[in-house]
Design a protein around this ligand. Structure first.
Ligand code: UD1
Length: 360
């Protein structure tokens, strides 16, 4: 069985690494990796391949950044060439980025079956590019691997029931696999003079927050006002918007520690020891839960509703006072139930794919 994996953005490298290992341990499966080049900086891409021992991509498309149309269009043209050349049995896609969308459109036009990992998530906000990418990809997919029951229910509501599997969350496989090693190997806590529970970790990169000066300002003001130091690894998009809006003063406060984007091990180390995590990232909301660290989500909606219902995640939006008040009132919930499976998601996916092809 020939599988063509399409990845391109930072979270996809993390999601793909565990499944790629599993695929490559089975002699009946062959994996070919295409990296679209959506993320291209070393600290957004190459370092993840090295650290996670993700095999070097067989094809690198180098599409780089640009408007959604330009970025996705370039990917479509190049992915078509690769898919025609490789003729895979399955195209394997992750998450909700423009690389996912381009992979699903190209494969479906060439009648190649699609497997979608992290299927069924919805924010119900179609102004987010990720929501469009998810909806389209789910409707074109043949295997829909869902991390949660909510995801299955979302698909059902859209009339999708065939090929839907509850597999748990692939990021949980990675957290369990790398957590202890990351804590041992990473020196980031020493380098940044951080100790357990004496700082907040924050990330912002969503277009809805970074591209709207009011929302971005409001978030940065909240970071200045909370009662502990805020460590803020700066996404390239956020950095460029802060410069464009002349907001550098907001981050020069001594209570905000700006660092470059962190690699996975450093991120796991900083996240696991934080007092709380403030973020607009989807992946980090989940990782906060998996690491049992309270999370404040700087968005108006979330795909990870179970983490909110469990009391570990607070959906707060971007109002300065609202963020500051929530941080002040934060308490660690007494109860913790595993919501994202048992860390065997990659094995479940490989088993399902093999069975579909009558290989076991
Ligand atoms: C993308 C995904 C998002 C995912 C996120 C993780 C889409 C629509 N969004 O958002 O779902 O959560 O990745 O980070 O696919 N840039 C660089 N260097 C890089 C990469 C990007 O400088 O290596 C800059 C470019 O100026 C670019 C901007 O960041 O225009 C945004 O990059 P893009 O790939 O469009 O989306 P992300 O915001 O990273």
């Amino acid at each position: 069985m020939k599988i063509l994996t399409v990845i391109g953005a930072r979270p996809q490298f993390i999601k793909a690494c565990m499944l790629s290992r599993m695929i490559r341990s089975d002699s009946k499966m062959e994996e070919i990796i295409v990296h679209t080049g959506q993320h291209y900086d070393d600290n957004m891409s190459a370092i993840f391949f090295n650290q996670l021992k993700l095999p070097k991509p067989d094809y690198y498309l180098g599409v780089g950044s640009g408007s959604h149309g330009k970025q996705t269009g370039k990917m479509l043209m190049d992915l078509e060439k690769v898919m025609l050349l490789v003729r895979p049995d399955i195209v394997l896609l992750y998450g909700d980025t423009n690389s996912t969308l381009a992979g699903s459109l190209t494969a479906s036009k060439l009648h190649i079956p699609i497997a979608h990992v992290e299927s069924g998530l919805r924010s119900f906000n179609k102004s987010m590019p990720e929501e469009i990418n998810r909806i389209v990809t789910d409707h074109l997919s043949d295997w829909l691997f869902c991390p949660s029951n909510t995801a299955i229910e979302n698909l059902k509501r859209e009339g999708i029931e065939k090929g839907v599997y509850l597999t748990g969350d692939i990021m949980y496989d990675a957290v369990l696999h790398f957590k202890h090693h990351a804590l041992k190997q990473s020196s980031i806590l020493n380098e940044l003079s951080l100790s357990k529970n004496n700082y907040y970790l924050a990330t912002i990169h969503r277009g809805e927050n970074t591209d709207d000066p009011e929302r971005l300002k409001s978030i940065l003001e909240a970071f200045q006002k909370v009662n502990m130091e805020v460590v803020l690894p700066l996404h390239p998009r956020t950095k460029s918007k802060i410069n464009q809006f002349n907001f550098t003063d907001f981050i020069s406060s001594s209570s905000i520690k700006i660092v470059e984007p962190l690699h996975y091990f450093d991120m796991l180390a900083v996240a696991s020891q934080a007092n709380a995590i403030l973020t607009d990232s989807g992946g980090l909301q989940k990782e906060a839960y998996m690491l049992q660290v309270p999370c404040i989500t700087l968005r108006d909606e979330t795909e990870w509703v179970e983490t909110v219902m469990a009391g570990w995640n607070h959906l707060v939006g971007t109002d300065t006072q609202q963020i500051v008040n929530t941080v002040k009132a934060l308490q660690v919930p007494k109860e913790y139930v595993p919501l994202f499976g048992d860390g065997s998601t990659s094995k479940k996916i490989v088993d399902i794919l093999m069975k579909s092809f009558g290989e076991n």
